[in-house]
Design a protein around this ligand. Sequence first.
Ligand code: V47
Length: 380
Amino acid sequence: MPIRLTDPAAQPVVDKVHAGERLSFEDGLLLDEQFDLQALGQLANTVRERRNGNLAFYNTNIHLNPTNVCVYRCRFCAFRADLRDDKAYTFTDDMLRERVLEGRAGGATEIHVVGGLHHRKSFDWYLNVIRVIHETCPEIHIKAWTPVEINWFSFITKKPVRWVLEQLVEAGLGSMPGGGAEIFAEEVRREICEHKADSDVWFDVHRTAHQLGLRSNATMLYGHVEQARHRIDHLLRLRNLQDETGGFQTFIPLAFHPENTELANIEKADIMFDLRMIALSRLMLDNFDHIKAYWIMLGQQTAQLALSYGADDIDGTVVHELIYHDAGAETPEGMTVEQIHRLIREAGREPVERDTLYRRVIRNGREWTIGEPLSTMTGA
Ligand code: V47
């Protein structure tokens, strides 16, 4: 029988959550493996409301994946291509400009940029992507490249990670997204992304980015070959770096989408699993201000529910998403601000537009200015 909130077995964890005390690895395992979904959700919602009240954050953003050509062959990825594949593509400078101008016309405050590691492209090509975006529209915040790309740039230039990041910041980089984390445990990485940058690299890059004053996000890919102990280990490793640097802004649990991947035999996580992961993250990551329910990945209805299971953010308008749509996501490729407002209000929360750095966006149609940091308003 799953553990319910009133069961004696739940009491030690319930008491810790109510007292605002830190949960241990063993607490995490108990929550993940044995707690009933409602119990998990109720506890996580307590923490969510303590930190972010009734607010639910979103942003107006656009995605850009400059190339899908990639030297890596991660088994969970449906987006990558070989150079000679029919679906292989690489953006030109004109295509980059067109995408940024489309973002500006739609009122975007952020552009989210990730892509493949193209073996024929130099670091200068990747640097130029950032520069072209920045010069075309300097007011749009560029959230780009994961540690997997940064590590690749360091490898091809034979320069330290710090140098790579400094060049990118000079070209216009504003922050880093949370991808490439997958599951940190080596035994799982060996099965799903054997040759990719390992967890030490992932943490080193984020640590260096935080030391340079960049903020970043973190993710966890669940629902493939990993087990509960790997998930808890993943969350605790993130909590440790956050204790050290305080540089993470938001955590995004990502459900594995099997379609068109080498792991297509695995069944996609169901809604219960998705809500459990949102709640578990909220409870274990006591030093993260925000938990994001990425609606593109969850679907709009699960994202609405997630706002009462620990999440306080749903990402944004997300125009031109490819990574999840290549892997079978059935959500639309973007939502309007009106649709996002309706989605959040239907879930009983109050929508607040934020920029990438969680400052209030003051909007007059497609024009906008940045207001106060939202953390001061929520007391987080
Ligand atoms: O690292 C790739 C995952 C990530 C699949 O920081 C897959 O605001 C499921 O990190 N099924 C990239 N997941 C996306 C990402 C992200 C998304 C939204 C917001 C932010 C942010 C970051 O997507 C990859 C990998 O973990 N992924 N393929 C797949 N078939």
